[in-house]
Design a protein around this ligand. Structure first.
Ligand SMILES: [Cu+2]
Length: 153
């Protein structure tokens, strides 16, 4: 009886984490390679709310130019292009930025991006307040291992 009541309460009451209905995990930037003026970033975004959200842009102190890119097959060749439309994430849907798909491109960062460094990025949405996310700079190898690890689950 008591247990059933608890479950009912859990279903009716708004969860304690209701304020953070957009969850962003695994934000990484790839370490910058010598002689290259840009680098890529990846993360996983989950929309736990009951409304769709529209990701408009990503900003941060680390660079004045951060773009959202996607990979497209064109004439049998993998091409990369900037995403101009908002990315809509439906309720309870996940959006994964990963190699070969959506990714962040960071141009001319304000400092050298070195492995192990921490940084913050801000995700700007159309109808939702901006979300600040902590990230970590990883080496190309670490980033590949992280991806493989994820795919095992
Ligand atoms: Cu790109």
């Amino acid at each position: 009886m008591k247990r059933a009541l608890l479950i009912l309460m859990a279903l009716l009451a708004p969860p304690a984490w209701a304020h953070s209905d957009i969850k962003v995990t695994d934000l990484v930037l790839r370490e910058m390679l010598p002689g290259v003026k840009s680098t890529a970033g990846y993360f996983t975004l989950t929309n736990h709310s009951d409304k769709p959200v529209a990701l408009q842009s990503v900003t941060g102190k680390i660079s004045t130019r951060i773009e959202i890119h996607e990979h497209l097959m064109e004439n049998g060749m993998m091409q990369m292009q900037q995403v101009s439309d908002d990315i809509i994430i439906k309720p309870h849907q996940q959006l994964v930025f990963e190699p070969g798909g959506y990714h962040l491109m960071l141009f001319k960062p304000n400092k050298k991006i070195k492995k192990g460094e921490a940084f913050k990025l801000v995700l700007n949405f159309k109808t939702h307040k901006a979300v600040t996310v902590d990230g970590k700079v990883v080496s190309v190898l670490e980033q590949q291992q992280q991806k493989q690890h994820k795919h095992h689950h």
